[in-house]
Structures are given as structure tokens and as C-alpha cells.
Design a protein around this ligand. Structure first.
Ligand SMILES: Cc1ncc(COP(=O)(O)O)c(C=O)c1O
Length: 370
């Protein structure tokens, strides 16, 4: 039906594809009463580590915790400055604060909206210890520059891979290029659970062991707590969902790329719309398909009136959020991120989106732009 609303993501369609497998998996967990760190968690961790090519995956309660625990396990403390982009979801910066460290924000490049590594290099001080690139919207930040900067200045790289499950750059996957990475399995992510979930991935045996302890009250041996930890375990039922979805993730990511190409074609004759660019060498997984348009707020309103579930990721950069006013960075601090925040628009994007739905999205956008 042509006037059925088009959602930003369609989680019901995905559930239909895996419902039988998930329900059978849930039944097995209930049968075993293996609710906390049951066998399904270990199985999923092994499968996800293999999928991205990391030695370890440690399942945790959500992506924010994953980033915090990765930073803590890598030795973040109150002395540490952490470089991260100003245009990211708030959780990247919150994780730094929660790990007790100091976020140092950096602008992005105007084409791909990925962290500006020249500016990052200029902001390195004696206290800078971590570099936290965000693989934003589904493509990896430029790993060559990240590694060069980290090597030159002795920085530890912790990737925010929450939006990039399955993304690759020159043969390496998101979540495998830093000392560790945090990812989120929030339901709307490319690999999404049926509630909150996340994971830390790493090749570092000691760091993985540390995250395993930190997620479990700082304990490796039951009732023995050599350090302060947290309760942040990946829920066993969520692991069942994630394992079922992981088997389909490569195909779903391919479907997202096909949908992105279709949007590219449909938008080609709309010069007012700036289409997303893929950095050379990247295999994008289009967690989001983000265009830039003039009069964005008006355009968004019109799309929504047409039943098109467009969104903004994100309308307010980190430094202009009330939560980060203590950084003392006003408007004008990161002009590229600020300009982008006023123009970006995420069009509906999910593996099951149909050509007809995409045509309707673009027809609505065309009308909105006049
Ligand atoms: C870039 C980024 N970092 C971190 C997170 C935090 O993940 P979570 O919502 O699972 O805590 C998200 C997703 O919400 C994200 O998009």
C-alpha cells in the first residue's frame, strides 16, 4: 500500500526471518535455566570473534559499557586524555567520562563525517593516551592515518565500532584494528538484539581477561574480587537472538549496500541533495544512509508528514550538549561538525527495504525540496 508509513528501520521484518530459530533457542535456555553467562553467550562470543577476525569477543550489557570497560581494561584513568570526534552519539563521550578519563573532542572531515586525524594530531598533549575513532554510519575511519598517529604519539586505539558490524577496510574488519573495540547490539544496529547488548573485541589475551572480570563484579573466581568491577554481562537470551542474526549479517549488509546504490541512483538528478560518500578502500555496511539537504528541518517535517521515517544522527554535537558544557566549548568550536548537524538527514535504511519504498522516499524528498 502506497501510504503505509515507511519506518526508519523495520525490526519486525527481521524477526520474521529468524523467529523459529530464536524461539527454539529461547526454549533451550529456559530448559537449561542457564540465564546468566549460559553456553549461548560463549557460543555467540566465539562466532562473533570469528566473524570479524578477532581473537576475543566479550559480551557485555550494552555498547556504552563495552567502550567504558575497553578503556578501563586498557588502563584509562583520571590523568588520561582521550581523542574522539565531536560528531558521534553521546555514548562515545559518556564512556570516556565513566572510565574516569577526559574527552578531548576533534572535528570531522566534511565529506565522510569521520574523525579529522590532522586535527586529532594537533590536539595531542603530554596527557593524551587514547585515540577513539568512531566508524560512523557504517564505514571505517581511515585506519592507516589512525595507526600512523597512534604509533607516532604512543596512543592506544580503542575503536567505537557500534555502527559498523561487518564493515571492512582493505581486508580488515571494524573492531580489529585497535587495542580493543566496543560495539553495540542495540536493536536498531546492523546486528541488533531484542534489548540492550554489546561486546568488547580484542586480540589481546590479557585485556580480554580483564574485561571478562570487569563485567562480572571484578571477579574471575566466584566471590573473590581483586578489583572493583561491574555487573555488565551479555544476557543469555540476547545471545540467542544475536547468534541467529549473525548467520544472516553478511547477506543483510549486502542488501543494505544494494539499497544504498539504489538511493544513489534515485538521488542522482537532485543536485540539492549531497549523497553519502564512501572512503576509498572501505566496504561500507550502511548502518545509516545519511544525505545532506538545505532547509533540513523543514524537509524532515515534510517527509514525516508523508509517512517517511527519516531521522537525524545527530542534531547536536557533543560539545553543544548540556551534559558536556563543562568542557567549555561553545558554538564555532567544531565548524564542520556543527554545519553537518544542521544539514544531515538519515533516510530509511534496512536490509528489507523495497525498491518501491525507496522510490516513495525519494519522491517525497523531491517534493519537499520543491
Ligand atoms: C557510535 C555509538 N557509540 C556507542 C553507542 C552506545 O551503544 P548502546 O546504546 O548499546 O549503549 C551507540 C549506539 O547506541 C553508537 O551509535
Amino acid at each position: 500500500m502506497s501510504d503505509t508509513p515507511i519506518p526508519p528501520v523495520d525490526l519486525r521484518a527481521q524477526h520474521e526471518a529468524i523467529a523459529d530459530e530464536v524461539l527454539a533457542g529461547f526454549a533451550a535456555v529456559l530448559d537449561q535455566a542457564a540465564f546468566i553467562l549460559g553456553p549461548a553467550v560463549k557460543d555467540f562470543e566465539a562466532a562473533y570473534a570469528a566473524f570479524i577476525g578477532a581473537r576475543h569477543c566479550v559480551g557485555v550489557a550494552n555498547g556504552t559499557d563495552a567502550l567504558e570497560l575497553a578503556l578501563r581494561a586498557a588502563g584509562a584513568d583520571a590523568e588520561a586524555e582521550v581523542l574522539l570526534p565531536a560528531n558521534t552519539f553521546i555514548a562515545t563521550a559518556l564512556a570516556v567520562l565513566r572510565a574516569g578519563a577526559r574527552p578531548v573532542l576533534v572535528d570531522c572531515d566534511p565529506e565522510h563525517h569521520l574523525i579529522d586525524l590532522e586535527q586529532a594530531a594537533a590536539r595531542v598533549t603530554k596527557r593524551t593516551r587514547f585515540l577513539m575513532p568512531v566508524h560512523l554510519y557504517g564505514q571505517m575511519a581511515p585506519t592507516e592515518q589512525i595507526e600512523a598517529l597512534a604509533r607516532a604519539r604512543g596512543l592506544t586505539v580503542i575503536e567505537d565500532a557500534a555502527q559498523a558490524q561487518g564493515a571492512r577496510r582493505r581486508g580488515r574488519a571494524a573492531g580489529t584494528i585497535g587495542r580493543a573495540a566496543g560495539t553495540s547490539f542495540y536493536p536498531g544496529k546492523n546486528l541488533g538484539a531484542y534489548g540492550d547488548a554489546g561486546a568488547v573485541t580484542t586480540d589481546d589475551d590479557a585485556l580480554a581477561a580483564r574485561v571478562r572480570a570487569l563485567r562480572n563484579y571484578g571477579s574471575e573466581v566466584k566471590y573473590h574480587h581483586p578489583e572493583i568491577g561491574f555487573n555488565s554481562r551479555l544476557d543469555t537470551l540476547q545471545a540467542v537472538v544475536l547468534a541467529a542474526k549473525l548467520k544472516r549479517l553478511a547477506g543483510w549488509n549486502e542488501a543494505r549496500r544494494t539499497a544504498a546504490r539504489r538511493y544513489d541512483e534515485l538521488l542522482a538528478d537532485l543536485p540539492a541533495v549531497t549523497r553519502p560518500r564512501t572512503l576509498a578502500g572501505n566496504e561500507h555496511v550502511f548502518h545509516l544512509y545519511v544525505v545532506r539537504v538545505p532547509n533540513r528541518d523543514e524537509v524532515l517535517e515534510r517527509l514525516r508528514a508523508d509517512g517517511v521515517g527519516a531521522q537525524i544522527h545527530y542534531p547536536v554535537p557533543i560539545h553543544l550538549q548540556g551534559a558536556f558544557r563543562h568542557l567549555g566549548l561553545g558554538p564555532g568550536s567544531f565548524p564542520i561538525a556543527e554545519k553537518a548537524a544542521g544539514e544531515i538527514l538519515s533516510l530509511p535504511m534496512y536490509p528489507e527495504i523495497t525498491a518501491a519504498q525507496q522510490a516513495r522516499v525519494v519522491a517525497s524528498l523531491r517534493r519537499a525540496l520543491g
